[in-house]
Design a protein around this ligand. Structure first.
Ligand code: CTP
Length: 422
C-alpha cells in the first residue's frame, strides 16, 4: 500500500471523492480519510441516495469541507463547474451500476455527474454492485464506454456481497483504491488495459524454512512490492495468479487469485504448476537459498543436545529453473520471465555490477534491481532502483511509491512480452 505519509505542500492536490448510493458507501469514509490525512484538499460529492447510507455530517467532518449533492445548492459558487475544473483527480467509490450508466451517457442530473462532465483530470471508478449487475450487458457496455473515454474503471474484488451472495462486485479495499488512485496522480493518465487476455504469475513475500515445529529461518520481505505488481497487473486487465509466501499481513488484492505457500519448495511447486499457462512470470518473492538439512520433529530444547550450528542444504533456484524450462521447451517460448535482485554492493563491485552479472547468470528477460540497506527496499512503502533488460537497456527508476515501481515494471514487462511474442 502507498501508506498515508503526509505529502509536501507542493504535492497537495484537489481530490473529489464521489460517493454512489450503495452499502459500500461506508467504506468511502476510510478512503476520504486516507486522502485527507495525506494532506490533500478533499471535496466529497455524494449522490442523494448515498446520503441514505452515510450522513452528510460524516463526510463534512472527514473532509473538512462542506458537502452538497445538488447543482441548485450554493448557486453563486457555480459548484458543478468549479469543483470539476479545479479537480486534479476524481475518485468515485462506490461506483454503482446506475451511477456508471449516468456517467457513460453524459447525464448531469446531480452535482456529481455534472462535476464529471467538467472534470479534465484522471477519473477513477471503483465499482461495487451485485455480480449479476456487474455482468449485465448494459453495465459491461457502460464500463467499456467509460474506459474508451480514458476513465479508469477498476476491477471489483470477489467475495462477500450484501446478504448471503458472493462473487465479483465487491468494492476493492479503501487502501487499494487509494494506492491505485494515487498512482494516477503520479502518472497523470489512466491505467492502460494492456494486459487484457494475458495470464501473469507473480510470486511475492518471503519463505520460511522450518527448523523445528516452532522455529524457522525467514527473511524481512513484506511482500508489498509483489502485491503491488499483482494488483496493478489485474487492474491493467491480466488474469493474475499471486503465489504468496509470508507477508506483513497484507490483504489479498482485488481480482487476483491467491495461492498461499510457506516454504521455498512449496513456492517452487506452485510456480511450476502455474507457469506453463502463463504469458509472464514475475519472481518478486524473497526465496530462501538454503534450508535446514533436517527438521526436528520435536522442539529443540535448551540443556540437552544443544546444536552449535545449523547444517543447511541448497533450495532449487525457481527463477533459473523457469528459464531452463523455457530453453528446454517445457514452458512456452513466449513466456517473459522477470527476476528481482536485492543488492548491497561490496569489494567486488557496486550494486549495478552485481546486478548485470545476475541478469546474465539467471537468463531472465528483465531484472528489477533494488539497493538494500537500512530503511531501503524492505518493509517500507517506497523504493528506487534500476530495470535491466536482456536487450541491454538499463533504466534508473527514481524514488517513488511501490505502486509507481510496479507500474514501471509492468511497462517494461509489456515491452518484453512484445519482444517475445511480436
Ligand atoms: N530466486 C528463486 N529461487 C531461489 C532464490 C531466488 O527463484 N531459490 C529468485 C528471486 O525470486 C529473485 C531472484 O531469484 O527473483 C534473485 O534472488 P537472489 O537470492 O538475490 O539471487 P541469487 O542468485 O541467489 O544471488 P545471491 O548470490 O545474491 O544470493
Amino acid at each position: 500500500m502507498s501508506g498515508t505519509a503526509r505529502i509536501a505542500a507542493e504535492h497537495r492536490r484537489n481530490i473529489v471523492v464521489g460517493v454512489g448510493g450503495g452499502i459500500a458507501a461506508y467504506k468511502s469514509c476510510a478512503l476520504i480519510r486516507l486522502f485527507a490525512e495525506a494532506g490533500h484538499h478533499v471535496r466529497v460529492i455524494p449522490t442523494e441516495s448515498a446520503l441514505e447510507f452515510v450522513g452528510r455530517a460524516t463526510f463534512e467532518a472527514l473532509s473538512g469541507n462542506p458537502v452538497r449533492t445538488d447543482v441548485f445548492e450554493d448557486v453563486p459558487q457555480v459548484a458543478h463547474v468549479r469543483l470539476g475544473q479545479e479537480a486534479d483527480l476524481v475518485v468515485i467509490a462506490p461506483a454503482t451500476a446506475d451511477l456508471m450508466a449516468r456517467a457513460a451517457h453524459g447525464r448531469a442530473d446531480d452535482l456529481l455527474t455534472a462535476t464529471l462532465l467538467t472534470a479534465r483530470c484522471p477519473v477513477v471508478f471503483a465499482p461495487a454492485m451485485h455480480t449479476e449487475m456487474w455482468e449485465h450487458p448494459a453495465t459491461v457496455a457502460n464500463v467499456a464506454t467509460l474506459r474508451a473515454r480514458g476513465n479508469t474503471v477498476l476491477e471489483p474484488a470477489s467475495g462477500r456481497l450484501t446478504g448471503v451472495d458472493t462473487g465479483p462486485g465487491r468494492l476493492p479495499e479503501p487502501e487499494e483504491i487509494h494506492a491505485l488512485a494515487s498512482l494516477l496522480l503520479e502518472r497523470a493518465d489512466a491505467l492502460p488495459r494492456d494486459l487484457e487476455g494475458r495470464h501473469v504469475v507473480v510470486s511475492a513475500g518471503g519463505t520460511r524454512e522450518p527448523l523445528d515445529p516452532v522455529r524457522f529461518l525467514g527473511n524481512r520481505s513484506s511482500g508489498k512490492q509483489g502485491y503491488a505488481i499483482a494488483r496493478l497487473a489485474a487492474q491493467r486487465g491480466a488474469t493474475v495468479t499471486l503465489i504468496s509466501g509470508v507477508t506483513a499481513g497484507l490483504t489479498e488484492p482485488a481480482a487476483v487469485d491467491v495461492v498461499h505457500v510457506t516454504t521455498a519448495e512449496q513456492m517452487r511447486v506452485a510456480v511450476d504448476k502455474h507457469a506453463p499457462d502463463a504469458d509472464a512470470v514475475v519472481m518478486s518473492a524473497a526465496v530462501a537459498d538454503f534450508r535446514p538439512s533436517t527438521v526436528a520433529t520435536a522442539k529443540i530444547k535448551k540443556g540437552k543436545a544443544e546444536p552449535d550450528s545449523i547444517p543447511l542444504v541448497r533450495n532449487d533456484d525457481i527463477l533459473a529453473g523457469l528459464v531452463r524450462a523455457r530453453d528446454d521447451g517445457k514452458l512456452q517460448k513466449t513466456t517473459a520471465i522477470v527476476g528481482f535482485a536485492a543488492e548491497t554492493g561490496d569489494a567486488d563491485g557496486d550494486v549495478l555490477h552485481h546486478a548485470r552479472q545476475k541478469l546474465a547468470r539467471k537468463g531472465c528477460d528483465l531484472l528489477v534491481v533494488n539497493a538494500v540497506g537500512e530503511g531501503r527496499a524492505f518493509e517500507v512503502d517506497s523504493n528506487d532502483g534500476w530495470l535491466l533488460s536482456e536487450d541491454g537497456s538499463e533504466v534508473a527508476m527514481e524514488h517513488g511509491s511501490k505502486a509507481l515501481m510496479a507500474s514501471r515494471v509492468l511497462d517494461a514487462l509489456v515491452a518484453a512480452m512484445h519482444r517475445r511474442n511480436p
